[in-house]
Design a protein around this ligand. Structure first.
Ligand SMILES: [Cu+2]
Length: 515
């Protein structure tokens, strides 16, 4: 077992102390200045720039914009106009599940004031961004349409399929929402949305930290015989901190991103208990890429809120594998945070290292542009056309720079288990200032690792293991070398204590040869 906590400063004070010491040494400051400006100054600048134009930009991304923002603010400018643009970033969200009640086809409200109500009236305020989640509860094909706003969901086909759409409630009044599939409105699928004049009072946001610390993983298994390993996973939906002043409704395994690191050995029997929290809105499931069988376990684990399912599989092959939720729409569940890694160790384990870390990459598709403050809303159109706003390590902007950097000491060997949840973008994983000594390419442990690698390709639903010895103290930077993504949140620090060996690198010319 590795003792990782002995030298890793966990407290904020410890972090500050280390940073203060660091600035005393000019070496890394100079060497890393370019990178810092790339990774920190540029995004900060971009955020400032985007705040001003956010409202207009966002409205342009609506499927069919009903009313331009300028028009909303015009009649009674000042307070009303300002409030409308503030509340715009705190969507009022409703979830409707299709079902049968007293012999009719209906929508049933889920959560909040409309919980359990049949064809509930949706109360919103003028100027609010309204988000409607539709879940198929009866297995037919359904949608939701609000004609007056030109707003509609995709058609959800099959039980538990879901769709999300949004619009700005720019017109005051009562409007029908209904299903436009032939016969469904007549059969009962109809309700009202009531848009009240004037803005709602702003709500304070108290968002959770959803970032999994990259040092949070179990130690090596080493030598032992195969056995039955019980794995408990709980799916949790929660509002989490995406960035400073910015939140997102994440769907997670265990309230953190990525989900718990599962560690077994080849030949183990893995008994997975998947519990879906009682306050979840969606059904969830889990597909282990390290398993062999229907859906990687997803067929056996489609789990409604408040329920638990169990699936058991044999770990037949060693490797580092992704697991993820596989409930439709799968891309929606994955982008929202539902992915993790399972390591199936070979007999006797992997070569020993001093420190192991756990990092995963994913993208987020929000209606609002990157850097917008407030609560972000998932954008289904951007998701299916692969136009992300955010690229993230471990679920949030600044996750591995500001709040949970990786810590090590010079002379140590380091291993990073790196996976891509995606759902869509391949990573060109690289650590600025380092060379990977060994790379288990494509997550294969059976094949011998390749040596001396700068950048490693990791596809969505794929993973790798990189090992390297750190020869010199300083700050190293984890990136996807598709570096535009660093401007959208993707960066991490590996902070290495210890001597900054001038023989390996120093600022200025090589020393005079001895005479
Ligand atoms: Cu899910």
């Amino acid at each position: 077992m590795l003792d990782k906590d002995g030298t890793r400063p966990k407290s904020e004070a410890g972090l500050r102390a280390r940073r203060t010491h660091g600035t005393g040494v000019a070496g890394w400051l100079v060497a890393i200045a370019t990178v810092m400006s790339l990774l920190f100054l540029a995004p900060a600048f971009a955020q400032t720039h985007q705040h001003g134009g956010a409202t207009t930009e966002t409205v342009q991304t609506q499927p069919e914009p009903a009313t331009p923002v300028a028009e909303q603010a015009a009649p009674d400018a000042g307070a009303a106009g300002a409030a409308a643009s503030v509340s715009y970033h705190n969507p009022t969200t409703f979830t409707l599940k299709t079902g049968i009640a007293t012999g009719r086809m209906v929508y049933i409200g889920i959560g909040g004031d409309i919980d359990g109500k049949v064809n509930p009236t949706l109360m919103v305020h003028e100027g609010e961004l309204v988000q409607i989640n539709l879940i198929n509860g009866e297995g037919a094909a359904d949608n939701v349409v609000i004609d007056q706003y030109g707003a509609r969901s995709s058609i959800v086909v099959g039980k538990n399929a879901s769709s999300t759409f949004s619009f700005t409630a720019a017109k005051v009044g009562e409007f029908a929402y209904f299903c436009s599939i032939a016969g469904h409105r007549q059969a009962g699928m109809e309700g009202l949305i009531q848009v009240m004049a004037g803005p709602r009072e702003a709500m304070a946001s108290d968002a959770a930290d959803v970032v999994r610390d990259p040092a949070d993983l179990p130690g090596p298994i080493g030598q032992r015989a195969p056995k039955v390993v019980k794995v408990d996973l709980e799916t949790v939906e929660l509002v989490g901190k995406l960035d400073d002043g910015t939140t997102y409704t994440y769907w997670t395994f265990g309230s953190k991103i990525p989900g718990p690191f599962v560690r077994v050995r080849v030949g183990d029997t893995v008994e997975v208990h998947l519990k879906n929290a009682a306050d979840s809105v969606m059904a969830h499931s889990v597909d282990f890429h390290g398993a062999t069988g229907p859906g990687g376990g997803a067929h056996a684990t489609q789990t409604d809120p408040g329920n638990e399912t169990i699936v058991t599989f044999k770990a037949l092959k060693p490797g580092i594998f992704v697991y993820h939720c596989a409930t439709p729409s799968v891309a929606h569940h994955i982008t929202s945070g539902m992915y993790g890694l399972i390591l199936v160790e070979p007999e006797g384990g992997l070569p020993q290292v001093d420190r192991e870390f756990y990092v995963m990459q994913g993208e987020l598709y929000t209606v609002e542009p990157f850097g917008t403050q407030g609560e972000m809303e998932m954008d289904y159109d951007k998701l299916i056309s692969e136009r992300p706003e955010y690229f993230l390590f471990n679920g949030a902007v600044g996750s591995l720079t500001k709040t949970h950097p990786l810590y090590a000491s010079a002379g140590e060997t380091v291993r990073i288990f790196f996976g891509v949840g995606g759902p869509n973008f391949t990573s060109s994983f690289h650590v600025i200032g380092e060379i990977f000594d060994s790379v288990y390419s494509m997550g294969s442990i059976i094949s011998p690792p390749i040596q001396g690698v700068q950048t490693v390709t990791v596809p969505p639903g794929g993973a790798t293991i990189v090992d390297f010895k750190i020869d010199r103290g300083g700050h190293y930077v984890l990136v996807d070398h598709a570096l535009s993504r660093a401007e959208r949140g993707l960066a991490g620090y590996l902070i290495v204590d210890g001597p900054e060996d001038d023989d390996i690198m120093h600022s200025g010319p090589a020393e005079e040869p001895a005479k």
